[in-house]
Design a protein around this ligand. Structure first.
Ligand code: MIC
Ligand code: SF4
Length: 655
């Protein structure tokens, strides 16, 4: 098989899938054989402010002065609260960067990047790379949409391909039709219940079967959005007549192309879900895969309900909430907040009158932004139970470490808001089934279009005092030595490594943000890392799951962490570690994890990286432990230079 420039081999199964058909048109290096590294051309990029400021600082450091994609959008949706100058300065920086480099700017208040992108820009058949792990939301409209670190996105803006391992394709076969009060969210919660937060690593989840046509695009997008929680590279639905309808509603029917799998498609693995027999599901604290039927936890008293986030803030979601709340009142002693996913959703709700139903029932309408999902306000009370329509309930993410956060559908969340306790929404009748009115309007008042090219030269980039320049790392030493400065267990998230919440405004200031590395796990980590001049981290399975935030690699790299030795890694974090010059190493025998303790002195000959097998010397215990890694020759070179920026910088200077 070939594109105009690149000849490649393709796995016969991948060839017949929706994902495969799009990848075939975008591959620029490697073979589409599971496990093999490929480069894919990126048509669209998105960034958000929390990862974007750093991404654009890196873009500058790399000398990329112009967006070479079809469209690149810079969204401001995470740090919208301005409690001092920091976020405000970042916003001005982002606005000036967008003007200078030819990006679209979606201003604060315009909505959550994924929801806005779905409504305005995502196209079937295109590739989208976003510096946010929930970028696969656009898979609901038939894009190959992948989350990555900011540096990879900066490079894609400059026209470089995105490199990843060819995933296996898991077919998720949907049959039947969702019963009333059972929602798309329950489908993805069921997927998580079955395959866990690491079941999707190295895979694409592709939905197929007769049930697909019963789901609208916003429902599909809920499913592909939260597919991120399985660790999957991305999730995708076909582009069919339903997709065409959605694009028509978004006012851009011309963007439709049909992309469906071949009839004789065979997936690498199939998961079957009968929508008709699905029941309302809920993820219990503190992991999105801790899923049970709502029935099993009914009766638990609830203090707060939050509707919104990129998973459940579409027009359909909010109309569902309005239909259920109309003429009723939320329980006293309970706070219900609603964050519309976009200003267009908010506008359409106002125009159709549904907004009045929400307000009249006692809902507090928040800004169109991530808000409580990333700990920007609405932290629950001590030990408080909060039901959220979000996608992550990691301990402490809400801002209250003792809070008990559950994840559910809008239907379940509203049922809880009305009764004050966890309630199966099927007890509330069938109101959610009222059809969504067709009056959605895409509004542009908070969008700044790219500046004409001839005007860009005169734009000055504005930098506040909290925006610190990028530092270039030293080369990796041939003999890496140091202490184990932390040992952690399984499923450590990037929220554990680099907490967001109140620290989000420090994202542009690495020295300051680094003071909080691993704070939720070990409050002494920063001091120890400083005292020992860096060292090694030992970890269990699925290290670095969750957010794409590269600060979870960048800040440990600043603290001179040389390697993370884990049982295995989550995809985006693994790439981020390499990008920032930290060796991601794995135990050849997982049980060797038990042979290393905090404080042990370790030694590693980094020349052995080329052999893909290294002997780790535990000087303290006088033992040797075999390690492996999945880095390519190019990745090894990157790590040796001290990371991607250091590499590009030093290579351009001929060092
Ligand atoms: C998240 O949901 O954890 C975030 C905040 O959107 C992150 C990005 C970030 O840390 O800025 C993500 O999902 O990648
Ligand atoms: Fe924003 Fe939450 Fe979505 Fe992350 S998961 S992009 S914080 S709404």
């Amino acid at each position: 098989m070939s594109t105009h420039t690149h000849n490649f081999e393709i796995d016969p199964k991948i060839k017949k899938t929706v994902a495969g058909k799009i990848l075939m048109k975008h591959i620029v290096s490697g073979d589409l054989i599971p496990g093999q590294k490929i480069g894919i051309k990126i048509d669209q990029t998105l960034t958000q402010d929390a990862t974007g400021t750093m991404a654009y600082l890196q873009q500058e450091a790399l000398g990329i002065h112009k967006a070479k994609t079809e469209i690149s959008v810079s969204y401001i949706d995470h740090n919208t609260l301005k409690q001092d100058f920091k976020n405000a300065d970042d916003h001005v920086f982002l606005q000036s960067v967008a003007a200078k480099y030819g990006l679209v700017l979606s201003k604060a208040g315009n909505g959550i990047c994924h929801q806005v992108h779905l409504e305005r820009y995502a196209k079937p058949g295109k590739t989208l790379l976003g510096s946010d792990s929930h970028t696969p939301t656009a898979g609901g409209i038939g894009s190959i949409a992948i989350g990555a670190g900011g540096l990879d996105v900066a490079l894609a803006i400059g026209g470089r391909a995105f490199f990843t391992k060819t995933p296996e394709i898991i077919g998720v076969k949907l049959t039947g039709k969702l019963p009333p009060m059972v929602a798309a969210k329950d489908v993805i919660l069921e997927v998580l219940r079955r395959i866990s937060v690491k079941g999707g690593v190295g895979k694409i989840l592709e939905y197929f079967g007769p049930g697909v046509k019963t789901l609208t695009v916003p429902e599909r997008a809920t499913i592909t959005n939260m597919g991120a929680e399985t660790g999957a590279t991305t999730s995708i639905f076909p582009s069919d007549e339903i997709t065409k309808e959605a694009l028509k509603e978004f006012g851009r029917e011309d963007d439709w192309v049909e992309i469906i799998a071949d009839e004789d498609v065979i997936y690498h693995q199939v998961i079957e879900i009968n929508l008709t027999s699905l029941v309302p599901m809920i993820a219990k604290p503190h992991s999105p895969d801790n899923v049970v039927a709502v029935k099993e936890v009914e009766g638990i008293k609830v203090g707060q309900v939050c509707i919104g986030s990129c998973t459940n803030s579409s027009y359909k979601d909010l109309v569902t909430a309005a239909n259920m709340l109309k003429g009723k009142r939320v329980k006293q002693n309970l706070s219900l907040t609603i964050s519309p996913g976009s200003m267009s959703v908010y506008y359409s709700m106002a125009e159709s009158g549904h907004l009045a139903d929400l307000i009249g029932a006692g809902a507090r309408i928040l800004e169109c932004a991530c808000g409580p999902c990333i700990g920007q306000g609405q932290a629950p009370r001590t030990d408080g139970v909060s039901i959220r329509t979000f996608n992550r309930n990691f301990k402490g993410r809400s801002g209250t470490p003792s809070a008990q956060v559950y994840l559910s559908s809008v239907e379940t969340a509203v049922a809880c808001a009305l009764t004050g306790e966890i309630t199966d929404p099927r007890r509330m009748g069938e109101l959610s089934d009222v059809p969504t009115p067709k009056n959605f309007k895409n509004k542009s008042a908070l969008i700044v279009e790219p500046l004409p090219e001839e005007d860009r030269a005169r734009v000055e980039i504005v930098r506040g005092p909290n925006i610190r320049p990028i530092e270039v790392n030293d080369n990796l030493p041939e003999m890496a030595t140091g202490e184990v400065i932390l040992k952690v267990g399984n499923d450590i998230t990037t929220d554990h490594i680099m907490p967001a919440g109140v620290y989000l405004p420090l994202r542009s200031n690495v020295p300051e943000y680094s003071k909080h590395v691993f704070e939720p796990v070990d409050s002494k980590f920063y001091e120890r890392a400083k005292e020992k001049n860096g060292g090694f981290i030992i970890a269990g399975e699925n290290y670095g799951q969750g957010s794409s935030r590269e600060h979870a690699a960048l800040c440990p790299s600043y603290l001179k962490v040389k390697a993370v030795i884990a049982k295995d890694f989550a995809r985006i974090h693994l790439a981020n570690l390499i990008n920032f010059g930290i060796m991601p190493l794995t135990f050849e025998n997982k049980s060797d994890y038990d042979k290393i303790e905090m404080g042990d002195q370790l030694e590693l000959d980094t020349k052995e990286l080329d052999n893909h097998r290294l002997m780790l010397k535990n000087i303290t215990k006088k033992t040797q432990i075999p390690l492996t890694h999945s880095m390519s020759a190019v990745d090894i070179e990157t790590v040796r230079y001290g990371g991607e920026i250091a590499k590009i910088n030093k290579q351009s200077k001929g060092i």
